[in-house]
Write a protein that binds this ligand. Structure first.
Ligand code: AMO
Length: 423
């Protein structure tokens, strides 16, 4: 731990320079302790009355929690200090003092309620627990990239401003765009499809905006998706890719973030993968007396699936056509669309897309959308567009589920919900 905490080492004098934040101080009269923390961990700084410079010994009793300080001193083995090492200080310099009292408790035992923590996110991010969540999220993102690059997929960036809906429905944020109206993107759906029709395998980490009015513990108005799209592929092919992708990401988190998982008391195992049709789920729920709508799963049905198939990415396939968006390929009464459920919640939806312009126009009309608004999208399928399929996984949803967080807002640095636009 101390190896990475050291910002500079003075080999000749055998001293080190540390920079970090005051986690805690303790005064045992003869001995005073400062627990210093930085992103790599914590170390104890020990002052001894009579041995340590009196000015420094005095200062050790006057450091506000969460202040940024610089400490120079000698490291020594200590069987009592956490981590087995302590620092005997020669100098302590205040870099940036934290005012007292703090607006929230940023310790790991904090009882501060989530809304107040989010109001003061800059300080909440001093807590090891909060840092653990975002270190793990960073590993999830890296895992997604590593996996996709190994699959020979190409990473892409797409516009956040769009001229018409990409998902159908009314949950769009409208904005002015010079003389025109524009919308914040609900999904990079149409763009990733157009791109897959030349680059074959594409992926993106894309921010989406949904003007949904409901304020729940699993919805955000601004969320991030892990998007994938593949040409010459159907729903079955891309579900197989997602199953392996999720297993790869979870394994990477288990391998690389054991301390963070431990600090969040998260018990994570690599998930299994299962395929089940929508009709089969309906039958099961009927037997189990769990209610669900005709063309969708209910929250209770999602929970029941986890009860029946624990820690399994359950792909619910052959989704009723009436329950899917306009771009999903029909298959009689059903479609080639699916949802993926994990730990009792939807983490993804996807499917094979319609690559036939005439069928796309028909489906747009069936969804009461005007094909004219989708002209450039429809036209892109007139010039050698092969069958293709893909999916989008919610980044905050999987972070929340992996770590057993009660509220999706815990899994976003700066959440955007019905009430929150700052910080
Ligand atoms: P869908 O709208 O189902 O599909 O979104 C895919 C996944 O993104 C996450 N998600 C959300 N997370 C938090 N808050 C929200 N408001 C929110 N909305 C969605 C969920 C969800 O399963 N274009 C398609 C995907 C595709 O077919 O490729 C789409 O956006 O985890």
């Amino acid at each position: 731990m101390e190896r990475t905490m050291i910002k500079e080492a003075f080999a000749k004098e055998g001293k080190v320079l540390l920079k970090g934040w005051v986690h805690d101080t303790r005064d045992l009269k003869k001995v005073r302790f400062l627990v210093l923390k930085d992103i790599s961990g914590r170390i104890q700084v020990t002052g001894v009355n009579g041995k340590t410079d009196p000015k420094i010994f005095e200062l050790l009793d006057n450091l506000n929690r969460e202040s940024a300080v610089e400490v120079i001193g000698k490291l020594q083995e200590s069987s009592q200090a956490p981590g087995g090492k302590e620092l005997l200080p020669d100098s302590i310099t205040m870099i940036a003092e934290a005012k007292n009292p703090l607006p929230i408790d940023a310790s790991d035992y904090s009882k501060t309620e989530l809304p107040l923590r989010l109001d003061n996110r800059f300080l909440d991010l001093h807590s090891t627990r909060t840092q653990a969540i975002f270190k793990i999220q960073s590993t999830i993102l890296q895992g997604y990239r590593d996996f996709m690059i190994k699959e020979n997929a190409i990473e892409a960036m797409f516009p956040a401003l769009i001229g018409s809906s990409s998902e159908g429905g009314t949950d769009l944020f409208k904005t002015k765009y010079f003389e025109k109206e524009a919308y914040l993107s609900q999904s990079c759906q149409l763009y990733k499809q157009m791109l897959a029709c030349s680059m074959e395998k594409v992926f993106a980490i894309f921010t989406v905006w949904r003007a949904e009015k409901h304020n729940t513990t699993r919805h955000l108005n601004e969320a991030r998706q892990l998007d994938y799209e593949e040409a010459f592929a159907d729903d079955k092919k891309v579900m197989e890719v997602m199953g392996r992708c999720m297993q790869f990401i979870v394994k990477k988190v288990i391998d690389e973030r054991p301390e963070e998982l431990e600090s969040l008391k998260a018990k994570l195992e690599v998930p299994k993968v299962k395929y089940i049709t929508f009709a089969e789920v309906k039958e099961i729920m009927k037997k189990e007396k769990v209610k669900m709508p005709a063309h969708d799963l209910s929250g209770d049905a999602e929970k029941k699936l986890e009860e029946l198939y624990p820690n399994t990415i359950t792909f619910v396939t052959e989704w009723p056509l009436a329950g899917k968006t306009f771009y999903i390929m029909p298959d009689g009464e059903n479609s080639k669309g699916f949802d993926a459920i994990w730990k009792g919640m939807e983490i993804s939806s996807g499917g094979q897309r319609i690559h036939i312009p005439e069928l796309l126009e028909e489906r747009l009309k069936a969804h009461k959308l005007n094909p004219k608004d989708f002209k450039s999208y429809i036209d892109s399928f007139r010039f050698g567009a092969p069958p293709h399929a893909g999916w989008g996984v919610g980044l905050e949803r999987i972070t929340m589920l992996m770590l057993g967080l009660d509220n999706i807002r815990e899994a976003v640095l700066f959440p955007r919900d019905r009430e929150r636009l700052t910080p």
